[in-house]
Ligand binder design. Structure first.
Ligand SMILES: [Zn+2]
Length: 174
């Protein structure tokens, strides 16, 4: 499993529903969970590892720690109250920006036993649900920025990526 980084076109694609009872997705969720901790993310959606299926893992390191392994998650309710959410994304490394999210959301999903679950999230967890579920629709958090801010973000990001690849090339030569 490799991390897909912007502008990989797979990040802009929509994911397919998982068929209920399709156990072939379970090892994918298992591997995604491992990668979530290895890459130190709060959440990881399947397109970020090149899989176009509605699968998400989330652990916002709350106490007690909860690892959500979600199949076909969908937001079924969102609060009218909005919050500013400072976000980063494993697929957009090195930068963060502030987007507006719903303060609370209710998410319906299937667990790894294919039983329907409902979870309410607020604050950071709610923002994380919204961020990861966006990935399943081919949407990144920067798509919530104004055109001007998004443009600024992307030019900064491209510069950062260029510096990184130049650094790697120099290191290869040494
Ligand atoms: Zn992300």
């Amino acid at each position: 499993m490799e991390l897909k980084v912007y502008p990989d076109p797979i990040l802009a694609q929509k994911c397919a529903d998982v068929e209920i009872g399709d156990t072939s997705v379970l090892p994918i969720l298992e591997e995604m969970s491992k990668k979530l901790y290895e890459w130190e993310g709060a959440g990881l959606a399947a397109p970020q590892v090149g899989v176009l299926k509605k699968l998400v893992v989330i652990d916002v390191r709350e106490d007690p720690a909860t690892l959500y392994k979600m199949i076909n998650p969908k937001i079924v309710w969102k609060s009218e109250e909005l919050v500013d959410s400072k976000e980063g994304c494993l697929s957009l490394p090195g930068l963060r920006d502030t987007v507006v999210r719903h303060e609370r959301v209710r998410v319906e999903y299937y667990d790894t036993n294919f039983e329907k679950q409902i979870v309410d999230g607020e604050g950071f967890l709610a923002c994380c649900f919204q961020h990861e579920l966006d990935h399943l629709n081919g949407k990144l958090y920067i798509d919530h920025l104004s055109r001007l801010k998004r443009g600024r973000f992307l030019s900064k990001f491209k510069k950062l990526q260029k510096e990184k690849s130049e650094k790697e090339t120099t290191e290869d030569e040494e």
